[in-house]
Write a protein that binds this ligand. Structure first.
Ligand code: ATP
Ligand code: MG
Ligand code: FE
Length: 345
């Protein structure tokens, strides 16, 4: 089974070809990505209308590049998968529209995928794929969730952020430090030259006793420090970046360990853009090694949005028999779509 996957939920156009055969983990044949980050940078954030228009320009050339790299023709594709939600409505409509047009033209079925399920399953494409069941720490630009994952489509939410997502906390703090947009990776790079203990920043909800997160207060604490420092900010920027990163990472690690303990699981999967963060990986690896817990990450290139995770999630859903592809090309998109709604459907 050959699945073409299209991701267009936000500011990355991704296309990929995944082969699923037999009981093994599906294989990624090729993927291609175009990031719109530069285009949106001037505005300090994603401009939805520009995002949609750029997806239109990129998606077919990316599909052609992927097919060429995999040496396959469009006719060999069995199912066309696309991100159905959550995300920007206009951006999602481009991927859905193109997928359904391709499906209709090729007389092949289509399948709409949940973007977060893509993130969640992306470590299955790594050198060291996980096995079910596991705890999942999903840390992206829009979400911060702990889940128990028992199988494809079997996701129980254990806790989530009550305000900002972890990626948002990185990006907003980075903006306050003048590191541009999206500043998460830049803040993380600068943090490597700083002292993580230099500033005392809050660890929100660390002792709340539940598995929820809150990062909005941290951003305020960073802003307070920026104001206090005034002209001295430049000299202390790396220290403040390191302290901010340490605060976010400590909460993520501690709550992940709590989730593992409470659910008596020995395996955790980290997914989403913040999963690329070096400090998070180091601290989680160290804490889990001590407890004999296995940690799985997506390949670095597949932490942020990509088409591979969409083609993979579609293939795994088809293989598990939890969803049938459809030849009704009357597509719709779901800009707001909690993952639990998918799991209970
Ligand atoms: P969602 O998947 O929730 O809809 P999204 O697709 O925008 O959100 P991703 O693409 O998974 O999110 O991740 C992007 C986020 O990851 C951004 O907030 C970015 O700053 C953050 N990020 C990426 N790399 C790093 C890093 N090395 N350290 C910290 N944050 C990072
Ligand atoms: Mg993005
Ligand atoms: Fe994402």
């Amino acid at each position: 089974m050959l699945v073409l996957g299209i991701e267009s939920s936000c500011d990355e156009t991704g296309v990929a070809l995944v082969q699923g055969e037999g009981p093994g983990v599906p294989r990624l044949l090729a993927h291609a990505l175009h990031s719109q980050v530069e285009m949106h940078q001037a505005y300090g954030g994603v401009v939805p209308e520009l995002a949609s228009r750029d997806h239109i320009r990129r998606v077919l050339p990316l599909a052609e590049a992927v097919l060429a790299e995999a040496r396959r023709s469009l006719r060999e594709v069995d199912v066309v998968a696309y991100t159905r939600g959550p995300g920007l409505a206009g951006a999602l409509l481009v991927g859905a529209g193109v997928a359904c047009a391709l499906g209709a033209a090729l007389r092949k079925p289509v399948l709409g995928v949940h973007h977060l399920e893509g993130h969640l399953l992306s470590p299955f494409l790594s050198q060291d794929p996980p096995e079910f069941p596991f705890i999942a720490l999903l840390v992206s630009g829009g979400h911060t969730q702990l889940m128990q994952v028992d199988g494809v489509g079997r996701y129980a939410l254990l806790g989530e952020t009550i305000d900002d997502a972890a990626g948002e906390a990185f990006d907003k703090s980075a903006k306050l430090l003048g590191l541009g947009y999206p500043g998460g990776p830049a803040l993380s790079r600068l943090a490597q030259q700083g002292d993580a203990r230099a500033f005392k920043l809050p660890r929100p909800l660390l002792h709340s006793g539940d598995l929820d997160f809150s990062f909005a207060g941290l951003k305020t604490a960073v802003l307070t420090q920026v104001h206090k420092l005034g002209d001295a900010l430049d000299a202390r920027k790396a220290d403040l970046a390191a302290s901010t990163e340490a605060a976010i990472v400590e909460v993520l690690v501690r709550k992940s360990l709590m989730a593992l303990d409470r659910n008596a699981l020995g395996r955790i999967v980290v997914a989403g853009g913040v999963g690329a963060n070096r400090r998070l990986r180091e601290q989680l690896d160290a804490a889990c090694a001590q407890r004999g817990v296995r940690v799985h990450y997506p390949e670095l290139a597949l932490c942020t949005d990509n088409g591979a995770m969409i083609a993979l999630a579609a293939t795994m859903r088809l293989q598990a028999g939890v969803q049938q592809p459809t030849t009704s090309y009357a597509f719709d998109v779901k800009p707001r779509w909690p993952l639990q709604a998918l799991a209970s459907a």
